[in-house]
Design a protein around this ligand. Structure first.
Ligand SMILES: [Zn+2]
Length: 322
């Protein structure tokens, strides 16, 4: 499927047909676990937390076609919101993000154990027991806007250390997630600083740009190398980009839209830095949104999901260079 129908960004990549992976091997559709039979961690690569974020699905499809197997521990490969992915339509690409609700805002005990029902909650409840046994998770995402790739570590020091150990991509975003609900990245022990379990969310680039796939391959290969799931020679062809130094950006504030009148003063894509506090970056009807401090960095600005109560950009502060 190749199209340039999306208004903002062309669709440069082909969407893999996931029907061949439907059966899985775990009793959960589109989910595979490979057990080395040797001691070691349970490592999981997750794609399609958001159904329109195809780069992760492309990478998992390639790993399965290559017949990847772990040298130690267990490796799980999961296509999460396949129901949403299946309804991808280039004429209305954002519709494939989810069916009923955002799959990445439901990962708390109270919501998962609660009485609510949705397509995403049914899928999360089906995956939950398996995810509870995962030690290290890499969750592959992409962004509405074309921005340099971002590694989201969560708020704990253990996540920041994990991101630095991975060494790629260059921008580590330290944030506590969203007021609307808990992300998979922050679920249970992943977000518990006392647990050795760890998770990273990577935003590989714009949803449909070819370079997002290149980033997703590289971060996946490095993740599997770091955890000694595969040898350094395996997937060596996926290490395409030289490693630069990393910088850590701490998210301090989330800007939530009050109305559909919210708009940015420029077409921001993310990581823009404003030297002076008080710089106007957006208006929302009569309300002015200004940077709260010097050297403020914009994190993931987007109006693609604009509605009252939705986070449209976050402010970040450079922590230190590594
Ligand atoms: Zn996403």
């Amino acid at each position: 499927m190749l199209s340039t129908a999306d208004k903002a960004y062309p669709i440069e990549v082909a969407f893999p047909d996931l029907a061949r992976w439907q059966a899985g091997n775990t009793g959960i559709d589109h989910v595979f676990t490979f057990d080395s039979g040797r001691p070691g961690p349970h490592v999981m690569i997750n794609a399609l937390t958001h159904g329109n974020e195809v780069c992760g699905a492309i990478v998992l499809d390639e790993l399965l076609q290559r017949g990847i197997r772990p040298l130690r521990g267990k490796l799980t490969l999961a296509f999460a919101n396949v129901a949403a992915y299946r309804r991808f339509n280039p004429a209305d690409p954002d519709r494939a993000r989810f069916i009923d609700e955002d799959f990445n805002r439901i990962w708390s005990e109270s919501v998962l154990n609660g009485p609510r029902d949705s397509s995403e909650l049914r899928r999360a409840r089906a995956l939950r027991q398996l995810i509870d046994s995962v030690d290290y998770l890499l969750d592959l995402h992409s962004m509405h806007e074309s921005c340099a790739p971002l590694l989201l570590s969560g708020p704990c020091d253990k996540g920041i250390d994990f991101a630095r150990q991975l060494g790629f991509p260059a921008n580590i975003i330290v944030d506590a997630g969203h007021a609307q609900g808990c992300r998979l990245r922050d679920y249970a022990d992943f977000g518990n600083s006392a647990s050795p379990k760890n998770a990273l969310l990577v935003e590989c680039g714009q949803h449909w740009e070819r370079s997002a796939v290149v980033v997703a391959r590289q971060v996946t290969a490095r993740f599997l190398h770091m955890l000694e799931v595969i040898s350094q020679e395996h997937l060596h062809d996926w290490i395409a980009r030289p490693i630069e130094g990393q910088q850590i950006i701490r998210v301090t504030d989330a800007v939530v839209a009050d109305s559909l009148k919210f708009h940015f003063v420029e077409n921001f894509r993310g990581l823009e830095t404003f030297p002076y506090a008080g710089t106007l970056i957006a208006t929302d009807g009569p309300r002015e949104i200004r940077t709260p401090y010097d050297n403020c960095i914009l994190v993931m600005p987007s109006l693609r999901q604009l509605a009252p109560g939705v986070t449209v950009v976050r402010f970040g502060k450079l922590n230190h260079h590594t």
